[in-house]
Design a protein around this ligand. Structure first.
Ligand code: NAD
Length: 718
């Protein structure tokens, strides 16, 4: 007997079933919850019961499927059976001949919405923060609890495909407008009163699809308009996903086939596609990284234990340029007082104006209010005076990428700070241990590497210098969570983790150009590999001159270090191309020309590949297979990530995977740069790496750690 759903029968004959899954912060769909709902269905059959209200005692109505249960499935029979079992209960619920109302008191997502769809009416609290939707696709899954069957029958095939194919959250107002819910209520009392009233007004409620004259709103799969929709929908989906997300195809298939079949047959078809999704490697990869590993990070897996939690009240930022201003914005948004310092009052003020511009846009779009904007801006104090830093818990420097300037601002700031203040650098390339030499307290010196644009990028890479202590790391970690970003923690190294691995992707694409691969094939390979932006376009965005500058700085640094006995500098073969383009002034997007001509075309992207590119880098008569290009782009990154792991730059597999997806967009369906190796298996990875190394050079030689895994049957785990 399940205790997940409490049943209370009122004097009015209305049974209230309150979901409250024991031991869980949220209601999730699993056997325990479904047993509780099944018990409610049994009670509903009793003659004294007039109708049922299904609601929740938790903050949410129901958050979706239980991923812990799903991750235990090893054969397709298990998800198939689980989906059928859930559907059997929901079918009984809607076929009792008595009204059932879902009272949506909080988020209603995934399996939660599927439960609500099996009720005859859905009434939601009219709170804009309340999320309604079918986000399964984002985990490589499809709604397997009847969603692909009921949604198209309720709101029409086109709208249902959009809801399930995009997986976005829908607010109660919008859900009401599209007919997804029946009504909204201002507060909990009104919610329950409306639910009771609905039951009293509809004593013999039936679902529209169980009425004899039922027609799909907008037509079923046979209707000309919908047939036309299905003739283009797969290619539209593919244009975005490049076929890397089978769940999208499966959703289309389930809805199309379901639109030709009766309710019960459509339900079985859905269970089959659900099983295919649940067994897919893509779904396992996404759930592994963007659920389990991300949660582990957020719970502090990479934070030193035993250091008391901390909060930043006052933050100092040195340098009000693009990054400094961005960091000021996100910190002020989190309620932190910010001192934004630059060399001139105008520069400091300009940094604050960057925040104002973002906020004005948000107010205009209705995402914020003038009061919130003004309150946030009041927390940012632009200044040129170092004395204003007094009382800061944390100072982040984001001045020019120049060692001597960074050293000078470090000293000036520290003169104003107490012993307890943490000092962080937002450098993207300079090793932290070296920068810490300018500090009087190198144990409190750390790297906080933000990504651009700061307000949109979710990751911060925390770099632990050789002398950084645990308290400093814990405080930096707490700060990153405080501003709502995801922290990964890495040890100090040239390029740290993210810049180092990201560079291999871009440089591999550029190397292909040098070899005579058609530039369009290179760019398409990047997208086919699952990367958000193709390599040549990305290099233009980052700027070729910056990349050349970093390479030359690295060469100088290594030469200086190896005057004793240090590392030799090995130039990436793609760097010659970068140099060549820089010499003719094609340094990237910032000057309107690089691998692309920018801002010239009427295409939405506003860029076209530079027509002269193939004169400078003639296209070879024989072009390689596209899969080889894709492999090169992905193996270059995965292998470099594995090297970061074996060198101890990476401290955890979770940080490696989440950092790769959030930091530079490594193909999410592969689950991150190290999960790519795990999913393929070390032996297969080593074999393909060796083939690539033989053909394209030693940079593809498999990392020793993976070679050892191949021998021992190991994999990357935390
Ligand atoms: P930027 O040129 O936009 O801003 C630098 C700011 O520092 C300017 O406003 C400048 O006036 C100010 N500044 C220079 N010397 C100063 C001094 N002595 N005292 C106070 N202010 C001074 O540069 P940015 O892109 O914001 O980069 C800043 C830092 O962040 C660099 O270390 C860079 O490597 C790093 N970073 C940049 C990115 C990026 O995408 N741009 C990403 C991550 C990290």
């Amino acid at each position: 007997m399940s205790n997940a759903v409490e049943l209370t029968l009122g004097d009015d004959g209305i049974l209230v079933a309150t979901m409250d899954l024991p031991g869980r912060p949220m209601n999730v769909v699993n056997d325990t919850l479904m047993q509780g709902i099944a018990a409610a269905v049994t009670r509903l059959a009793e003659p004294a019961v007039k109708g049922l209200i299904l609601t929740s005692a938790k903050a949410d109505f129901c958050a979706g499927g239980d991923l812990d249960r799903m991750s235990m499935w090893t054969t397709p029979e298990e998800p198939f059976a689980a989906a059928n079992a859930m559907k059997a209960v929901l079918r009984q619920l809607e076929l009792q001949g008595k009204p059932v109302v879902a009272a949506l008191n909080g988020h209603t997502l995934g399996g939660g919405l599927e439960i609500a769809l099996a009720c005859h009416a859905r009434i939601a609290l009219a709170e804009p923060r309340l999320k309604i939707g079918q986000p399964e696709v984002k985990l490589g899954l499809l709604p397997g609890g009847g969603g692909t069957v009921r949604l198209p029958r309720l709101v029409g095939i086109q709208q249902a495909l959009q809801i399930m194919g995009e997986g976005n959250d829908i607010s109660p107002d919008k859900a009401l407008g599209m007919g997804l819910i029946t009504a909204t209520a201002r507060d909990h009392d009104e919610l329950m009163a409306q639910a009771r009233a609905w039951i009293n007004a509809n004593p013999k409620a039936r679902q529209p699809w169980d009425l004899p004259k039922f027609r799909f709103p907008g037509g079923d799969s046979r209707s000309p308009a919908i047939a036309q929709l299905f003739s283009v929908a797969p290619s539209v989906a593919s244009a975005k996903s490049w076929g890397n997300y089978p769940a999208i195809q499966h959703i289309l298939s389930a809805v199309f086939e379901g639109g030709l079949l009766g309710f019960d047959q459509a339900s079985v078809v859905e269970s089959r596609y659900f099983a295919a999704c649940a067994m897919s490697q893509q779904s396992k990869n996404i759930i592994n990284t963007l659920w389990y590993q991300l949660n582990a990070i957020k719970k502090g897996a990479s934070r030193p234990a035993g250091v008391a939690p901390s909060k930043v009240q006052k933050l100092g930022i040195l340098g009000a340029g693009m990054m400094g201003a961005g960091i000021a914005h996100v910190s002020a948004k989190a309620g932190i007082e910010v001192v934004l310092l630059d060399t001139t009052a105008e520069a400091a003020e300009r940094g604050k104006l960057q925040s104002q511009a973002l906020l004005d846009k948000a107010v205009k779009k209705g995402r914020s209010t003038a009061e919130k904007r003004d309150a946030l801006l009041a927390r940012i104090t632009p200044t040129t005076r170092y004395e204003a830093l007094q009382g800061c818990d944390l100072v982040i420097e984001a001045v020019f990428e120049d060692r001597s300037i960074k050293a000078s601002v470090t000293k000036l700031a520290e003169a104003q700070l107490t012993a307890a203040t943490v000092f962080a650098s937002n450098t993207s390339t300079l090793p932290i241990t070296g920068l810490a030499q300018a500090s009087a307290r190198p144990s409190q010196f750390i790297g906080l590497h933000f990504f651009s644009p700061v307000d949109r990028m979710p990751l911060v890479e925390i770099i632990v210098g050789r002398q950084t202590d645990d308290t400093t790391l814990a405080r930096a970690f707490d700060f990153v969570l405080q501003i709502g970003k995801t922290p990964i923690v890495v040890n100090d190294s040239r390029g740290f983790y993210t810049s180092r691995v990201f560079g291999t992707y871009v440089m591999e694409g550029i190397t292909m150009l040098k070899e005579g691969v058609h530039p369009r094939s290179i760019e398409v390979a990047g997208l086919q590999a699952g990367m958000p932006m193709p390599p040549l376009a990305l290099m233009d965005e980052v700027s070729l001159s910056l990349s050349l500058h970093v390479a030359e700085q690295t060469k100088k640094d290594l030469a200086a270090a190896s005057s004793g006995a240090g590392q030799a500098y090995t130039e990436h073969p793609g760097m010659a191309v970068v140099r060549q383009l820089c010499e003719i002034g094609r340094v990237g997007k910032k000057v309107g020309k690089g691998f692309y001509d920018w801002g010239l075309s009427s295409e939405s992207s506003g860029k076209v590949l530079w027509p002269e590119l193939t004169h400078h880098f003639p296209v070879a008569a024989t072009q390689p297979p596209q899969q080889e290009l894709i492999d090169r782009l992905l193996f270059a990154q995965a292998n470099e990530a594995a090297r970061c792991f074996e060198e101890g730059v990476l401290r955890s597999v979770a940080d490696a995977n989440v950092g790769s997806i959030f930091g530079w967009g490594f193909a999410p369906f592969h689950g991150g740069a190290l999960q790519f190796v795990n999913a393929m298996g070390a032996a297969a990875f080593v074999k393909r790496s060796q083939e690539l190394a033989q053909k394209f050079g030693p940079r593809f030689a498999p990392a020793t750690v993976v070679v050892q895994q191949a021998r021992s049957g190991g994999r990357f785990t935390d």
